[in-house]
Ligand binder design. Sequence first.
Ligand SMILES: C[S@@+](CC[C@H](N)C(=O)[O-])C[C@H]1O[C@@H](n2cnc3c(N)ncnc32)[C@H](O)[C@@H]1O
Length: 246
Amino acid sequence: MNSYSAFAYVYDQLMEDVDYENWVDYIEEIFKKYEVRPQNIAELACGTGNVTNILAKRGYNLIGVDISEDMLFLAQEKARDVGAEVIYLNHDMRELSLPSELDNILCICDGINYIVDEKDLLKVFQSVYNHLKNEGLFIFDISSYYKLSNILGNNTYAENFQEVSYIWENYFDEERSVCDFDLTIFSKEGTMYKKYEESHSQKAYRENEIVENLKSAGFNKIERFEAFTFDKPGDESERIYFICQR
Ligand SMILES: C[S@@+](CC[C@H](N)C(=O)[O-])C[C@H]1O[C@@H](n2cnc3c(N)ncnc32)[C@H](O)[C@@H]1O
């Protein structure tokens, strides 16, 4: 089964403690810090539209791109519920083809870690560069090497809700620097629970690998921050923001 198919329907429950309004406040603080006023924004790996729909409601023109039809189905439903106007596209960001030049491209909540092959990473960065206007910003975050290898890796998580339960078993492969997640989901259907299984893999990138690939793609102005701050990331930072200006 593909990643983010059955899991799509659990994703928002898993993320229910995340304050996405605050997250979008941080993105807008970045716009202010860099003195940009983007109008046309694309969000890659937009998932169920948690950030996308909020940005659209705040007046930006949004394109949301994701590889998972199930995540996009939920994003569209949520957009309808809140009256957010977003163009959602079912694309693989490794083969990005967007209709116009953009002021800003986002990839929020570790979408970049799903690009497991470094050659594909360079392709994504080159394509982002080509889709951005001059001075446009590419803003993304990653789960750090530290987080994938020391916190998530070789750990098991489980949660038991009324309608759905999941077990999330993680294995970190030092040689490939990849964390493989095996997910088992039990979802209530009528009076029974149906079992679904799917696997995800995330690459644990070192910061300098990311920077080298960004430079090869053409970005020269690159800054890194500990997530939700404008401080330098530390050895134990779990989420790191990269802000790259074309
Ligand atoms: C952790 S979720 C993040 C979702 C959303 N950005 C959020 O903040 O809630 C990662 C998303 O990346 C998407 N994804 C993974 N690989 C992708 C690819 N190659 N192209 C586009 N989307 C991808 C998945 O389908 C999933 O929706």
